[in-house]
Write a protein that binds this ligand. Structure first.
Ligand code: ASP
Length: 592
């Protein structure tokens, strides 16, 4: 029936008769001749209707935006001066000899190519929003991505295996979505935060290489860029070392970038977690930015300046500098002042800075700042030397707990880097390796797994797991790309006794271990191979490649920031009968 998609009908068809199907994008009546831009998923084609053909013309006269048409006609060259170089079909037009209205359309709430639409309207009428070119492009790029992923993994012997969506509640980190069981009164399934344990069980079952492009569910608080359901490229392999897994996964990303964007990614540099946080203040550094943090903690201990000295003396304190070359010209006084509330978001109590007039003069003339009088020439000299400061620079300082300094200066580095032209273009992926195994949970006063509790510690650190958790590094790794975490994984614990030790280190009682993870401990005792894997966030990956800021723009039917589907209106109330079947009685939440 159809000769070609509208948007792909081009000079190949000159002189031929074609049959096209599509939506009316726009209709123009040029006194006697009607032009219709007919649209489908490939783009637009111009259809011309002459009054000579009375039926065709009468139908063309009736059509309105978004009507669905069948058009049969002859492809001819557009007249001189009307060629549209922006369209694939821009050199031709179709002279219609038949025009059939297949379906009429109500007046749409917005023009399909309208650019400034509120997201609320877009999500309510998502099926219309999805007709728009940017959405068509994004979803096709998503398809190209998953196709490239499957291609590479298939080529490397990975098997796609599905895992359950109705799972069991386990303390893996995030809050879970629960699903009440009708058959088992009072019992619940949980939706998986990831197929983590299933993929490990598949390794124990001997499948060797597994992958799945899979929905994961986390009932997280409304952080800007989270969806309650999101997609991971989930991978696990057996008998490979940490480094071999990374190399194979780097190959995957390189294949995807090549297939989807025709970009050759350079080999990924490797940074330890310690190095990344100390140089960039972040474990997902944006390496496009040319600015780096300078360590000053060691010399700050002897500084007369109280702010530096007391931070350097904290057990987990840090004093660091961020030099901005040419900053003196780049910042107005007001801009510099506005950076203080910016770093305060990250907990910094202030933001000291020096304007470098002449670095050879280690006094208030050469180094302009109220803090200079508190610092000895020796320390000032060391600051100049370590940062490499030259005339015209600005040096910012952070002095606080390590986390506060890293977060504040890390964010400042990003902001200044992008806003003041210290960033280059392109893709700068890197591996972050040697993560700490545990994080101290201040609120609950106990150690928690930094990645998840199935991550293996480095072999030489197993002995410290219970006595000195802060010292233990894990066989865990992330891929960071341009300031985003693209994926993360680890080598897993494959010995039951180490897994039990891990649970003890995390303060999970023997009883709780059996109740929640008995199946894993059992499985580990039946001949578990060494194994490890990774999961990539597909939504973020595609958003980055498509050059959009929000992952909602690469998901066909996303939820809003408040976890709602505006189109189908979910979540929604259910009937008393449904609740009764599920043995659920709603608490009567009295509204104050
Ligand atoms: N399951 C982990 C996650 O979702 C990834 C992994 O360790 O493979 O973060």
């Amino acid at each position: 029936m159809r000769t070609e998609y509208c948007g792909s009908t081009d000079t190949r068809f000159l002189g031929q008769s074609v049959t096209l199907f599509g939506w009316v994008h726009r209709r123009r009546d040029h006194g006697g001749v009607i032009f219709i831009d007919l649209r489908d998923r490939d783009g637009l084609v111009q259809v011309v209707c002459d009054p000579d053909r009375a039926d065709t013309f009468a139908n063309a006269d009736r059509v309105r935006n978004e009507f669905v048409l069948r058009v049969a006609g002859i492809v001819r060259r557009r007249p001189e001066g009307t060629v549209n170089p922006n369209l694939r079909s821009g050199e031709i037009e179709v002279l219609a000899h038949e025009l059939e209205i297949i379906n009429a359309a109500a007046t749409p709430p917005f023009m399909i190519d309208e650019e400034k639409l509120s997201e609320e309207v877009r999500l309510k009428y998502r099926y219309l929003d999805l007709r728009r070119e940017p959405m068509q492009k994004a979803l096709r790029m998503r398809h190209a991505t998953t196709r490239a992923v499957r291609e590479y993994l298939d080529g490397n012997g990975f098997i796609d295996i599905e895992t359950p969506v109705l799972y069991k509640s386990t303390p893996e980190g995030a809050r879970e979505f629960l699903v009440p069981s009708r058959i088992h009164d009072g019992q619940f399934y949980a939706l998986p935060q990831s197929p983590q344990l299933f993929k490990q069980l598949l390794m124990i079952a001997g499948y060797d290489r597994y992958y799945q492009i899979v929905k994961c569910f986390r009932d997280e608080d409304l952080r800007a860029e989270r969806q309650p359901e999101f997609t991971q490229i989930d991978i696990e392999t057996s008998f490979l070392t940490e480094r071999e897994i990374q190399d194979m996964m780097e190959g995957l990303l390189r294949h995807v970038w090549k297939q989807v964007l025709d970009v050759d990614l350079a080999p990924f540099p490797r940074l330890t977690y310690a190095e990344a946080t100390s140089r960039y203040g972040s474990d997902k550094p944006d390496l496009r930015i040319k600015l780096e943090l300078t360590e000053l903690t060691d010399i700050a201990k002897d500084a007369g300046f109280k702010v530096f000295k007391s931070a350097a003396e904290l057990k987990d304190g840090r004093v660091a500098a961020l030099r901005v070359p040419g900053g003196n010209e780049q910042f107005t006084r007001k801009e510099l002042d506005d950076l203080t509330p910016f770093v305060a978001i990250y907990g910094a109590k202030g933001l000291a800075y020096i304007r470098v007039n002449d670095p050879s003069k280690l006094n208030e003339e050469g180094l302009q700042s109220p803090i200079v009088k508190f610092l000895s020439p020796e320390i000032l000299g060391e600051i100049v030397k370590r940062t490499g400061a030259v005339a015209g620079d600005v040096i910012f300082f952070g002095a606080d707990r390590r986390k506060v300094v890293n977060d504040a200066l890390g964010a400042l580095r990003m902001k200044i880097g992008h806003e003041k032209g210290h960033a280059e273009e392109g893709w700068r992926p890197c591996w972050i390796v040697d993560f700490p195994a545990y994080e101290y949970d201040e609120e609950n006063k106990r150690w928690a797994a930094a990645h998840h509790p199935f991550t293996s510690p480095k072999d030489e650190h197993v002995e410290f797991m219970e006595q000195d958790p802060g010292r233990v590094l894990a066989k865990a790794y992330d891929v960071a790309l341009n300031g985003w975490e693209l994926g993360g994984g680890s080598v897993r614990i494959h010995r039951a006794e180490v897994q039990a030790k891990q649970f003890r280190a995390l303060g999970i009682s023997e009883e709780e271990q059996r109740a929640k993870f008995g199946f894993l401990l059992d499985a580990l005792s039946y001949g578990a191979p060494p194994h490890g894997g990774i999961a990539f966030g597909l939504d973020r990956m595609v958003a980055m490649m498509a050059g959009v800021d929000q992952i909602r723009d690469v998901i066909a039917f996303p939820k809003t920031q408040r976890g709602q589907d505006m189109m189908v209106d979910a979540p929604s109330m259910v009937t008393e009968k449904q609740l009764r079947e599920l043995h659920i009685k709603l608490r009567n939440l009295e509204k104050a």
